[in-house]
Design a protein around this ligand. Structure first.
Ligand code: DAH
Length: 357
């Protein structure tokens, strides 16, 4: 009997060693140690053996069972580790694959977008971008821009003076600039002609209603060179209007008045919302109010009186000419994107802001 036990044991040990995976090993375990297997049956029937065989058979069978159990346990560990390794190899994540693009966090405000768009157009036309101080002096904001002492914009009610007790006729008195035009003078003081600049920036006026906020944005333009004419101004602004509002645009110049340009004009762009002021359904265009034209900026030829303030920096009005223009960034943005109320640009309502960019 002990021979048979030894034989089973050898056979089982071979099968355990040969098992290639945990599944086969489990089959081997059932085959040799399962309820119906020979060795456990032998153990259960030891009592039925002749007394002189019982001890030796029981001992041998018991040892064989323990040895096989240990061998199976060891082999299980081995195979499980192998299988885990294989799974790790197979399921390895390829970290070189592109991940999901990160969600966009924030965006440029419509005013910033529009400012950059305007800058791009003029940079393309050969202009440089300059910036100037928001706290200005009476000299640069009014005097050197040929504003008469009686000009109404100088009044406390029309301009934010930094100190309310200031003498508003003192050239050094500080104020928040009411336009970006003061940089015309500062730029000419800092370099001789030819000069081609645009000046984007914040401006301030004590107004607050559906079409005015106390702080707003402008872009100033100034070109000074020899032989500059009103035709150059018109061509430049036509290129600008077409770049911003579409290739089919026209511009027209209407006589106007500004203290620092002569002649002065207001510039209109042909309406991009209708045909000749009429909507497809025959109604009046609400954007241009049926006029077919939309005012976009103020402009003109630099007044020789302004050049007199910077003559010593190389600006002799007998030698050079210039054109200048100034536009509101908010106005351009609202026209282009159909924003109905200026204040929406400052409410910071994400439902509004998310629509742009
Ligand atoms: N500074 C003017 C304003 O704020 C706009 C303007 C008009 C600027 C004519 C100019 C210009 O440079 O030539 O209303």
């Amino acid at each position: 009997m002990t021979d048979r036990i030894a034989q089973i044991r050898t056979e089982a040990e071979g099968a355990i060693a040969a098992a290639a995976n945990t599944q086969t090993l489990e089959d081997v375990r059932i085959q040799y140690l399962g309820r119906k297997a020979e060795l456990p049956n032998l153990l259960r029937s030891v009592a039925e053996l002749p007394p002189n065989e019982r001890a030796a058979t029981g001992k041998a069978a018991n040892e064989a069972r323990k040895a096989l159990e240990a061998a199976i346990e060891q082999r299980t560990e081995q195979l499980a580790a192998q299988e885990l390794d294989q799974r790790l190899q197979r399921d390895r994540v390829d970290v070189t694959l592109p991940g999901d693009p990160p969600p966009q966090i924030g965006r440029l405000h419509l005013i910033t977008q529009t400012r950059r768009e305007i800058e791009d157009v003029f940079i393309g036309l050969g202009f440089n971008v300059a910036e100037g101080p928001e706290v200005e002096t009476v000299y640069y904001n009014f005097d050197a821009l040929n504003h008469a002492p009686t000009h109404p914009a100088r009044l406390m009610s029309d301009t934010f003076y930094v100190a309310p007790t200031s003498d508003i006729f003192d050239p050094d008195t500080r104020l928040l600039r009411v336009h970006t035009s003061p940089m015309q003078v500062r730029a000419m003081e800092s370099q001789p002609p030819p000069l081609y600049i645009i000046v984007p920036g914040r401006t301030y006026r004590p107004d607050n209603d559906a079409t005015h906020t106390p702080q707003f944005h402008q872009v100033e333009g100034l070109a000074v060179d020899t032989d500059i004419t009103l035709g150059d101004l018109q061509g430049t602004l036509l290129a600008f209007a077409r770049a911003i509002f579409g290739e089919d645009r026209q511009v027209r110049l209407r006589p106007h008045f500004f203290p620092f340009t002569e002649p002065s004009v207001e510039v209109d762009v042909s309406c991009f919302n209708c045909t000749d002021g009429v909507m497809p359904d025959g109604s009046h265009c609400p954007l241009c109010r049926g006029s077919a034209w939309i005012e976009i900026l103020g402009s003109g030829m630099v007044d020789p009186n302004v050049f007199e303030y910077v003559r010593e920096y190389g600006y002799d009005p007998e030698q050079i000419q210039g054109f200048a223009f100034g536009m509101g960034i908010e106005r351009i943005a609202m026209l282009k994107h159909g924003v109905p109320d200026l204040r929406m640009l400052y409410d910071n309502d994400v439902r509004f802001l998310e629509q742009f960019g």
